[in-house]
Write a protein of this length. Structure first.
Length: 269
């Protein structure tokens, strides 16, 4: 005997094993996929249905009480929230929210344009994934244990190298920065470490300093940073010239046109 929903009704002549198998098949279909021109008679969020009304057939999923295409397309009807404090969005399931105002609270940064996807579980835990429509910024945070974690910025080949930056000692820019200015070259890391190489020439070591001679300070100040922890030099000409520290050369006799290279290790913050 047929049923309106397309399932097969059991008969009194069926064996217990046959009836059990039919019930098991029906429950398995209910918990996973249905197919047909009509939606399943019993539904719950997360349930799937192959809608044969469309051509080609459309696999749909139940989200927030409605059937939507399965996969990322299933989020197309998710609510969109604009310019609202990102800590206070309680929309169940998946929602999108955007900001076009730099004053919107609790975004990943001061940029005025962010697009975020939030997933909220029934137990109240939430995950927010934010991107900027332009640029490479991508950040993630979680709401768990009654509080939001700090934003974690995700790096890729697009933004690992760039301009290092920090706020309160927390890196906010790229992982590695490289640059040059004339004969000065530097590599800076997100943790504050800075390496610089500097070539010099035509340095005169002819200023009397007691029984020896010194040069003027000729090494550029460390770029954007507070300290230089070590300095090593290689003198290309002028034997008997040494590094006296502080960006100066010293010699036992007066010399001119000394050249060489130096390596500095320090910090940019």
């Amino acid at each position: 005997m047929s049923r309106p929903d397309g399932l097969i009704a059991t008969s009194g002549n069926a064996t217990m094993l046959e009836n059990t198998q039919l019930i098991n098949d029906w429950l398995e279909n209910l918990g996973n996929d249905f197919q047909g021109q009509s939606a399943p008679p019993f539904v719950f969020d997360g349930m799937r249905w192959l809608d044969t009304n469309t051509s080609p057939f459309t696999l749909k999923v139940r989200r927030s009480g409605v059937w939507v295409p399965f996969g990322f397309g299933g989020f197309q009807d998710a609510p969109v929230v604009i310019n609202t404090d990102w800590n206070n969005i309680e929309t169940p399931g998946v929602c999108f929210f955007i900001t076009n105002s730099g004053a919107t609270p609790n975004t990943p940064g001061p940029s005025s344009a962010w697009v975020c996807t939030q997933t909220r579980r029934p137990d109240g835990t939430k995950v927010q994934e934010a991107r900027r429509p332009t640029g490479t910024d991508y950040a993630v945070r979680r709401f768990t244990g009654g509080a939001w974690t700090p934003w974690d910025f995700v790096y890729s080949q697009r933004n690992a190298v760039g301009t290092v930056a920090q706020s309160g000692g927390i890196p906010t820019g790229a992982i590695i920065e490289t640059g040059s200015s004339g004969s000065l070259r530097w590599t800076a890391w997100a943790d504050g470490t800075l390496h610089r190489t500097f070539g010099f020439s035509a340095v005169d070591v002819n200023i009397a300093a007691g029984a020896i001679f010194r040069s003027n300070v000729f090494i550029p100040a460390i770029i954007g940073g507070p300290s230089m922890t070590s300095l090593s030099m290689r003198i290309m000409n002028g034997g008997g010239v040494w590094d006296g520290g502080g960006g100066q050369l010293f010699s036992a006799i007066s010399r001119t046109n000394v050249s060489g290279t130096c390596l500095e290790i320090g910090r940019w913050f």
